[in-house]
Design a protein around this ligand. Structure first.
Ligand code: GLN
Length: 202
């Protein structure tokens, strides 16, 4: 199992640390050649890795760098082909089909409407503990929000996984997991384990 972490901007190292704790091999995606499958790979569709993480950071910067580095199209194709992908915060923004307060659309593969910086300045950053469907019904999963987006609407077939203050903060659609907070900033490894299970086809 090998998971690629987009490492052009933002909080990618923390994701690598959690995956390492889980015994998963990671590598940093920095340039287009990192998207080529290693020789002798026996992954489906000759994929370069088994899963992809799009970390938090600044979605406008990440979107621009993906274009400048010529990685946008190949990544889009991998996601469309069913590669498991996990977007946190800015990564969720990159996946969203629509942004309600921003004219940009990036990959647009996750059928949700997302509002950027949804909690305003006062509540820019906060912490909560809540249930997460598929992990636990108890309000024990730590959720750190940093100038977070939220999911305003979900399309058909999207499974809502977590809510905070009546708002959707985690959702899954087929091979795509989108989360508005930063699970990589806490010690808890359960959300990453959930994604690793997706990569294993569970
Ligand atoms: N506010 C950022 C954006 O709009 C996301 C914040 C984050 O990733 N922590 O891209």
């Amino acid at each position: 199992m090998r998971v690629g972490v987009l490492a052009v901007q933002g909080a990618f190292i923390e994701h690598e640390q959690i995956l390492t704790k889980l015994g998963v091999e990671t590598f940093e995606i920095r340039q287009k050649s990192d998207l080529e499958a290693p020789a002798g790979s026996n992954r489906p569709s000759n994929r370069p890795f088994d899963g992809l993480i799009l970390p938090g950071g600044e979605s406008t910067v990440q979107g621009k760098l993906l274009r400048d580095l010529d990685m946008f199209e190949p990544l889009l194709r991998l996601i469309q082909d069913g590669l498991p992908v996990f977007g946190t915060c800015a990564g969720l923004i990159l996946l969203a089909e629509r942004l309600s307060n921003d004219g940009n659309v990036y990959f647009g593969t996750l059928p949700v409407t997302v509002r950027r910086n949804a909690y305003g300045r006062q509540l820019g950053s906060f912490f909560a503990e809540r249930a997460f469907r598929g992990i636990t019904d108890e309000a024990t999963v730590p959720m750190t929000f940093i100038r977070a987006p939220l999911i305003e609407k979900v399309g058909d077939g999207v499974e809502i996984l977590a809510e905070v203050k009546g708002e959707i903060v985690a959702a899954r659609y087929k091979n795509q997991l989108g989360i508005s907070f930063h699970p990589e900033l806490n010690e808890d490894t359960r959300i990453h384990q959930y994604f690793v299970d997706m990569c294993l086809g569970e």
